[in-house]
Ligand binder design. Structure first.
Ligand SMILES: N[C@@H](CCC(=O)N[C@@H](CS)C(=O)NCC(=O)O)C(=O)O
Length: 317
């Protein structure tokens, strides 16, 4: 964690708890937006106009939040316009680390250096994803929900592909996002990082109540959560579903059922995985190595060999 721009402690997954011992995720601190003409976005200041080659995305392949942005970058055809750095899967005592040469933009060894470069007095955790502006040498935004929406419309004619947040579906999208985020996306983390039984129990029930509700929702044969149109809610659900059996079921003790035990949700996740380009955003090896490197949860560091995840076979790049 960074205090006034200095890395102060060994990396610890939980640095904030609520009164019941529940895991509290840090609020993102850089909230500017790329827009087609550089006008300010919904939060933050302006000056970040869409330009091919100007922005750089930092991600971890284990991280569901970063993966949201990776999926959107692919679906919107922005790979050529926005360059990419991927951190190593294992978390170190100084947080995310780059392999040699993995950060050609800033030449950093640790993700926290990107934060101090943007703000020498920065406070907080050095999280991914980060959208970096090469032109002004700063972080545009480190909130995946914002970056996802920016990739949808902020890059104007540089982007193509489906509208992930169509105006007529916005209220439904917002409502389902708001239900899924605390109970499922962050719910698995609340279960995994709970420091009291009561906090774990609550998170566990939230996770499975949400999976049950999503399974029921998909049982009418709709292809996507909001019907015939693939939206950002599908991205947000997928990033947790694809990690579920490999990481959350075991390491995070979300073990009432597996994704594999939900037939409609399994088929739905596979449908997303098979969309062009989506398989390239998923690396189960990274995901397992990353999660099982969290020493507070797995002191031995041993990475399990299973489970079998046959549904991930055979998709194209
Ligand atoms: N609000 C952020 C959360 C991102 C986040 O929590 N990322 C985690 C990885 S999944 C991280 O980088 N953690 C490092 C740390 O907490 O030190 C977002 O959605 O973009």
């Amino acid at each position: 964690m960074l205090v006034n721009g200095t890395w102060v402690a060994k990396w610890d997954p939980v640095q904030a708890k609520d009164e019941k011992g529940g895991f509290v995720r840090q609020v993102s601190s850089f909230r500017n937006w790329v827009t087609p003409d550089g006008a300010p976005g919904p939060t933050g200041r302006g000056g970040f106009a869409a330009e091919a080659g100007r922005y750089h995305l930092y991600v971890a392949l284990i991280c569901p939040w970063a993966s949201r942005t990776l999926m959107a970058r692919k679906l919107k055809g922005l790979e050529d316009a926005i360059s990419l750095s991927i951190v190593e899967p294992e978390l170190t005592d100084q947080g995310w680390r780059f392999a040699a040469g993995a950060d050609p933009v800033n030449g950093a060894t640790y993700m926290h250096e990107i934060y101090t470069r943007a703000d020498p007095g920065v406070n907080g955790r050095a999280t991914v994803p980060v959208l970096w502006d090469k032109a002004t040498g700063t972080i545009v935004n480190n909130e995946s929900a914002d970056i996802l929406r920016m990739f949808n419309t902020g890059f104007g004619a540089l982007a193509r592909g489906p509208d992930l947040y169509p105006a007529d579906l916005a209220p439904q999208i917002d409502a389902l996002n708001d239900a899924i985020y605390p109970a499922l996306n962050n719910g698995v983390y609340r279960a995994g990082f709970a420091t009291t039984q009561i906090a774990y129990d609550e998170a566990f029930h939230d996770v499975f109540a949400t999976l049950d509700a999503l399974e029921a929702r998909m049982s009418d044969g709709r292809p996507w959560l909001h019907g015939d149109r693939f939206t950002e809610t599908d991205i947000r659900a997928f990033v947790t579903l694809v990690r579920f059996d490999a990481a959350y079921h075991g390491l995070f003790k979300c073990n009432l059922r597996r994704l594999a035990d939900y037939p409609h949700l399994s088929a739905y996740a596979q449908r997303i995985y098979q969309l062009p380009g989506m398989a390239s955003t998923v690396d189960i090896g990274h995901i397992k190595r990353g999660y099982y490197s969290i020493k507070a949860l797995n002191p031995s560091g041993i990475v399990p060999l299973g489970p079998e995840l046959g549904w991930l076979d055979g998709a194209q790049g």
